[in-house]
Design a protein around this ligand. Structure first.
Ligand code: NAD
Length: 486
């Protein structure tokens, strides 16, 4: 017998302890080859004044074991606490969030009986860097960062997932008609990597129409990959329309660590009543067993769980006309245990034998044909200077900036909230106290010394500078967006 692997287990808050006990009981009855190190995270830890929701000792255990199986926690409102989930994802480098959203029709009610979609979401970047600033009295900013290696890794992961899970198509959701650089990078990277997987169909949709179509005809989708924020929203939509949030598990995958959890929260309204549906955590559990290579146990549990569903043995949240018996959490758990070794008759039985594992370490290292972009020639063409300016008069601001600008760079445009207001602005354009002033070199290119001189001159003329953003070209291609109306 192989030496058992040790994983970290957190029972969480609310219904967490009930559904975790249920899942571990099923694991034990199956003879899963695992040891558990238990840690405390969540409400009690926050209430002891630990703003991250996890203590140092627990961190050591998570880092040692590398695999965390976590029940939902209750996040206190306000009080400056940090989201434990975001901290875990970012600290452990869990770059891929995977949510299989499948209908279990007719036993779990859904308008989409054929639905079987896996949402793969980038998990660390985008606006979730949490880099936010209040810049003026009226304007707040959140930075959206999309990186080439981060994008390459998540897109490649999506295609590898399709390959190893018998999936036929990968769809990409972006909004690159508006965000041509950030979402454009995601879309371009998707196209490049898709060409390496000719056996898998690929398509890109704008996220708004893509989500509308997903909600309408999810049977036309297979695997969908997208940046963090869209993925956060779209994966909840997908889970909900597949039947119930109480049925969907998720995996957070990194190159060395991984975390598995239910997608729902701690459900304080039903905590301690022994009525919660443990299915989502059981689903997360079987994803974890497959990740660990415990495919035999994962298969036995999944087939017993499917058989329990089709036998109509249902918890309150999914009880319907197709149910035969309304059961408690512990009765549902026992029903699954009673069916270990059986296969479903109406649902297709799962077979995980011979399943290949995605080599996430390899994904981290693979920066293949996208790398030549590092060899591009980068040149500095100018600078966007963001200023705080109270009077709503772009012409007056332009006059003052032109007076002060000096001899190397000239003012070419002013925008307010991204819309061009100088030269030739329109009085109808609504303006705030936050202005982006674009200066370009009077020659072909400039340098940081010239920009510093410009900033010095403007400051001498009491210009209130909030921040600057250099304007580069890469291989002569301008690498900045135009103003709306420019
Ligand atoms: P929730 O998912 O806990 O509950 C929403 C509704 O779904 C409730 O009516 C609940 O009773 C029901 N529900 C959820 N899971 C169920 C299950 N397994 N069986 C039966 N019914 C179930 O969402 P919420 O009420 O918005 O959040 C409660 C707490 O959970 C909050 O503190 C929130 O921050 C936290 N939360 C944690 C996680 C996590 O740890 N991953 C995720 C989401 C929310």
């Amino acid at each position: 017998m192989q030496i058992p692997k040790t994983i970290t287990v957190a029972h969480g808050d609310g219904i967490g302890p009930e559904i975790m006990d249920s899942t571990l009981k099923i694991f034990d009855a199956t003879g899963v080859n695992l040891n558990y190190d238990f840690i405390e995270v969540g409400k009690n830890v926050y209430e002891r004044g630990v703003k991250s929701g996890i203590e140092e000792k627990a961190w050591d255990t998570v880092l040692k074991n590398k695999i965390l199986f976590k029940a939902p926690i209750t996040t206190p409102q306000g009080g400056g606490v940090k989201s434990l989930n975001v901290t875990l994802r970012k600290t452990l480098g869990l770059f891929a969030n995977v949510r299989p959203c499948k209908a279990y029709h007719p036993y779990v009610q859904t308008k989409h009986p054929q639905m079987d979609v896996t949402i793969i979401r980038e998990n660390e970047e985008d606006t979730y860097g949490g880099i936010e600033h209040r810049q003026t009295f009226e304007v707040y900013q959140c930075l959206k960062l999309i990186t080439l290696p981060g994008t390459e890794r998540i897109v490649r992961y999506a295609f590898e997932y399709a390959n190893t899970h018998g999936r036929k198509k990968v769809t990409c959701f972006t909004k690159d008609n508006i965000m041509k650089l950030t979402d454009g990078l995601f879309h371009d990277t998707f196209k490049t990597i898709a060409s390496e997987y000719p056996d898998i169909e690929s398509e890109n949709l704008i996220v708004d129409i893509g989500t509308a179509r997903l909600a309408d005809t999810p049977e036309n989708f297979d695997v969908i990959v997208m940046p963090n924020l869209y993925g956060d929203i779209v994966s909840d939509v997908a889970a909900q329309i597949s039947g119930s949030v109480g049925m969907v598990g998720s995996a957070n995958i990194g190159s060395e660590c991984a975390m598995f959890e239910a997608i729902h929260g701690s459900a304080p309204d039903i905590a301690g009543k022994n009525i919660a549906n443990p299915s989502a955590l059981i689903q997360a559990g079987t994803m974890m067993l497959r990740h660990l290579g415990e495919t035999r146990s994962a298969q036995i549990i999944q087939n017993a769980w499917l058989k329990t569903l089709e036998d109509g043995i249902h918890t309150t949240d999914i009880f319907s006309k197709h149910s035969t018996k309304k059961v408690s959490t512990s009765e549902f758990t026992q029903a699954v245990i009673d069916r270990l070794g059986q296969t479903p008759g109406k649902f297709s039985a799962v077979n995980y034998e011979g399943q290949k594992k995605i080599d996430t370490l390899e994904l981290k290292l693979s920066r293949t044909e996208l790398r030549p972009s590092l060899k591009q020639k980068r040149e500095l063409l100018g600078v966007d200077i963001f200023v705080y300016w109270e009077p709503e008069n772009a012409n007056l601001l332009a006059e003052r900036l032109q007076e002060a600008s000096g001899k190397h760079l000239k003012l070419t445009m002013i925008t307010n909230r991204g819309t061009k207001v100088w030269p030739n602005g329109h009085p109808e354009t609504f303006c705030t106290d936050h202005w982006r002033c674009r200066f370009k070199s009077i020659n072909e290119r400039t340098n940081q010394m010239e920009i510093n001189e410009l900033l010095h001159n403007l400051t001498k003329h009491t210009t209130d500078i909030i921040k600057t953003e250099n304007l580069y070209s890469f291989d002569t291609e301008p690498a900045f967006s135009l103003g709306q109306g420019e």
